[in-house]
Design a protein around this ligand. Structure first.
Ligand SMILES: [Fe+2]
Ligand SMILES: [Fe+2]
Length: 311
């Protein structure tokens, strides 16, 4: 039986709550200015609602949300973000990995681990632990946290040594169990996957792990565009698929709300995976079919970063 996995990312929910001067006296002041000047015009909440409604109308078996639900990591944003994620699906139906905007300042770390804990574990945990592995049908969803607090003007991510070590152990355990390994991570986990200052600082470490231990599919967000890349794996290229922001209205061709559906047949590393994009059509035609995503490595990569790349 085919397993259907939906993927969406980068909801960037607005409007921003009222923030105190104290809350803004930090890295947040640059993000606050950026939101007011630019992002508030791109991330549209009715659009996000339409994307989620379209996704749910297709009845996926599970939903992956790869982060950046928030913008500045304000305490009130966590409340809104949790309410929104609850509206996407139950913790049993949705798996979450945090992005740089969910881990905006050091104070966010505990809040995000508490707020999103049920979407990272099948046990009743109070605090999320990364990496995690959740089993659904033939699939092992392996979630990594790459969002870390950074200095102003940076949107880098880091997985870290401890998490990387546990990640590889989970990959091997899932392979041993004959599961289809789907890795969820906010930042593109290979070198040059995002522009300098917005990249995963230890992408080389993840590349080495995938090259040794493999995975069947990697899903990420962060670049706000559809991207197809292939990482080297022990049995051949591993498709890494980036999705556009789920709330982006047209500003440039690549900033257009979308979500992806993956159809997974078979088990383990022999599984057959196909992918399809749905999202905002051109010329005001609403949400519709954006076509298949080619996972054949011989066709090359698409969605290579342009100069207008955003976070
Ligand atoms: Fe984002
Ligand atoms: Fe991001």
């Amino acid at each position: 039986m085919t397993f259907h996995l939906a993927h969406l990312s980068d909801a960037h929910i607005g409007p921003l709550p009222v923030a105190t001067y104290r809350e803004l006296f930090s890295k947040r002041i640059t993000g606050f200015t950026n939101w007011n000047r630019h992002r508030s015009r791109i991330h549209n909440m009715p659009m996000l609602g339409s994307i989620v409604a379209d996704l749910k109308a297709h009845h996926p078996d599970h939903i992956a949300m790869t982060g950046d639900i928030l913008n500045l990591g304000l305490a009130a944003e966590f409340v809104t973000a949790r309410r929104w994620l609850d509206s996407v699906g139950t913790p049993d139906e949705v798996s979450f990995t945090p992005g740089n905007h969910d881990a905006y300042t050091p104070a966010c770390t505990r809040l995000l681990r508490h707020t999103f804990a049920p979407f990272t574990s099948d046990q009743p945990v109070l605090e999320a632990h990364f990496p995690y592995m959740r089993r659904r049908g033939p699939v092992a969803l392996i979630g990594l946290a790459s969002g870390v607090p950074t200095a102003p003007f940076l949107a880098t991510g880091t997985v870290g040594q401890r998490q990387a070590r546990e990640f590889e152990a989970l990959l091997l355990a899932a392979r041993e169990a004959g599961l289809v390994r789907v890795v969820l991570i906010h930042h593109p986990p290979w070198r040059r996957g995002a522009k300098p200052g917005r990249h995963l600082t230890d992408a080389g470490r993840i590349e080495a792990i995938i090259a040794r231990s493999g995975a069947e599919l990697v899903l990420h967000g962060h670049n706000h565009r559809q991207q197809v890349h292939f990482m080297a794996g022990p049995r051949g290229p591993v498709p890494c698929i980036g999705v556009a922001s789920a709330s982006a209205i047209p500003g440039s061709a690549s900033h257009r709300a979308a979500w992806h559906m993956f159809a997974i047949d078979g088990t383990g590393s022999d599984a057959r995976i196909t992918a399809h994009a749905r999202g905002l059509m051109a010329h005001g035609a609403g949400i519709g079919d954006l076509g298949p995503i080619d996972l054949d490595p011989s066709r090359g990569e698409t969605g290579v970063l342009q100069a207008d790349g955003m976070i």
